[in-house]
Design a protein around this ligand. Structure first.
Ligand SMILES: Nc1nc2c(ncn2[C@@H]2O[C@H](COP(=O)(O)OP(=O)(O)OP(=O)(O)O)[C@@H](O)[C@H]2O)c(=O)[nH]1
Ligand SMILES: [Mg+2]
Length: 358
């Protein structure tokens, strides 16, 4: 299963309670207070991990809790600090506070208007991109404390004074932080493959990397983004994302729609893959124009990003003529003709990738 957006509830551990205890030993009558402090509650920590490719582990564990700290004990012994709860997430995970939840609390505070306030917030599904995220985990092994554990309480040793030699005071541990959050994955790759279904994006990624996306002669074979690592000359490595096929209206949710458009927002360059031969009755020039328009309608900043054309399926009849038209129509754009099926032109593409990404 591929999960790239999920709501979770996180709760850090509370601190342990301080202890009330008195020293009791042979020959030491009234030995004084010796109650130790409580231990710290565990934090909930998000850690980006490049071996994790989506958020499905949170689908099975949407409620994340760290353990509470141990209570303090006699003989000035501290309670045990709880271990942190570490949650692995893919690199490229963005976290928002779930404003809907906060809205509910505010609703409760408005006296008399309780009902309407709640009604409003329940239908309000936050669109995260309009809010500013708490954190964006973009590097492997980057960590972020989402909810901090509570400090331990103080034991009665701390309350000893000249006037109170046998204090019975202590403090409770602090509560751990908690909250509802939205986690969203936005794939980070150097280049993104963009094209209509069946253009041959997955075939191409299989050819140039060790990634194994499914290939088949029907549209929407690829259902979620897949990243491949491509080895270039001089030990250079780049990442390429195979994005599910896009069609007209994708920005409005047609086909697999904008669910996947967000995954291309963080690719440095775009590679438009077209069926140059137009083997399914498509027109490669129109295909590119349509896809460029979709990107623009989704987010105008996307159409400003560097882009190139991969003229695929050159082994099929009609490829040569259409390539000429493509070159005429997009004279300012770098075009690499190749056949992902036969492997012809792949080496040229790898060379180009190096220069495009410089
Ligand atoms: N003749 C020929 N066929 C190709 C070439 N590249 C891909 N194909 C075929 O085109 C079909 C679709 O290929 P895919 O790689 O699954 O296409 P895709 O763009 O990933 O499609 P979606 O995942 O549905 O968006 C498959 O039957 C491939 O074998 C090529 O260079 N030449
Ligand atoms: Mg595919």
């Amino acid at each position: 299963m591929f999960v790239d957006r999920i709501k979770v509830f996180c709760q850090a551990g509370s601190g342990g309670r301080g202890s009330v205890s008195f020293r009791r030993e042979k020959f030491v009558p009234k030995g004084g207070p010796d109650g130790g402090d409580g231990g710290r509650g565990g934090d909930v920590i998000l850690r980006a991990d490049r071996h994790v490719d989506n958020l499905s582990n949170l689908f099975y564990e949407p409620i994340i809790k760290a353990k509470n700290g141990g209570h303090g004990m006699g003989k000035k012994m501290h309670g045990r600090s709880a271990p942190d709860k570490i949650v692995k997430v893919p690199v490229g995970t963005i976290v928002w506070k779930d404003e809907g939840e906060r809205g509910k609390d505010e609703g409760r505070r408005i006296k008399g208007e309780k009902e309407t306030a709640l009604e409003l917030t329940s239908s309000f599904i936050p669109h995260p991109s309009s809010l500013s995220p708490i954190v964006d985990l973009t590097r492997d092994e980057q960590e972020f404390i989402l909810c901090e554990g509570g400090a331990g309480g103080k034991g009665n040793v701390h309350f000893k004074s000249s006037r109170n030699r046998a204090p019975r005071q202590y403090t409770e541990g602090e509560e751990g932080e908690q909250g509802h959050f939205i986690l969203e994955l936005r794939t980070i790759a150097d280049a993104g493959l963009i094209g209509y279904p069946n253009a041959g994006k997955s075939t191409l990624l299989r050819k140039i990397s060790a990634a194994r996306p499914k290939v088949a002669a029907y549209p929407f074979t690829t259902l979620h983004p897949i990243i491949g690592v491509v080895e270039l000359s001089e030990y250079r490595r780049i990442t390429i994302a195979d994005i599910p096929g896009l069609i007209e209206g994708a920005h409005k949710g047609v086909g697999l729609g904008h669910e996947f458009l967000r995954h291309i927002t963080r690719c440095r360059i775009f590679l438009f893959v077209v069926d140059t031969a137009g083997s399914e009755g498509r027109n490669p020039v129109e295909d590119i124009q349509n896809l460029r328009r979709e990107l623009d309608l989704y987010d105008t900043r996307l159409s400003e990003r560097p882009w190139f054309i991969i003229a695929n399926k050159m082994d099929l009849a009609g490829g040569k003529e259409n390539l000429k038209t493509l070159r005429k129509k997009f004279s300012k754009i770098d075009i690499v003709p190749l056949s992902a099926g036969t492997g012809e032109g792949i080496d040229e593409l790898k060379q180009k990738l190096g220069t495009w990404l410089e």
